[in-house]
Design a binder for this molecule. Sequence first.
Ligand SMILES: [Zn+2]
Length: 208
Amino acid sequence: MACADCGRARSAGLCEACDQRRQTEALIAEAGFLAATWSADLTDPAAVAAVAAEVRTAIEAHIAAEWEQFLQITDLADLEAAGPDVVEDTAAHNAFLAAESTVAEYQHQALVLLGRSEEAKAEARQAYATERAKPWFRALPDSDDALRAATEAAAQAQARTAEYLLAVRLEQLRTQARPEPVRPAPRSQRLPELAAHPLHGTTPEVIA
Ligand SMILES: [Zn+2]
């Protein structure tokens, strides 16, 4: 079967390059969402789209730079000699790898910045206070162990809140991006409509 995206023959429906391109597209969309979680008003589709466009430009520039670098250490003629699709497949695969590493960076950045949000800081303060209120802490309020335990509890609460905020916001963005499912009308509403429709090749008189 030819590739559904580019028409390359004998590709089992989707060639290697297009498969990589689709995955790269999904990664670019994901990176846009990750950046939007901390930088955009999620209820404003134009703001979310603007962030996505900025992220796409940045990732595409990164992909182009990586390819330039790759060409400096690779002989293009060797790749071309290896087969008709090798250059295209290699470029698509390199783009996928570059996008993948960028998504990991966007995810890290989102967690760091959501960790600085008021919600995360409030959770950290709460965890610190809870730890300090424990009896063993009150007995030795200034010990290194006690302070370390409270600081550790605060950092964990902050990180957990950042992860929670990220998950909730990503889910919101993905839901908003999903097209509305087209539901057929309930059968009870369709029956009168179907009943009114004449059967193919027959007339009401024949049916009667
Ligand atoms: Zn293809």
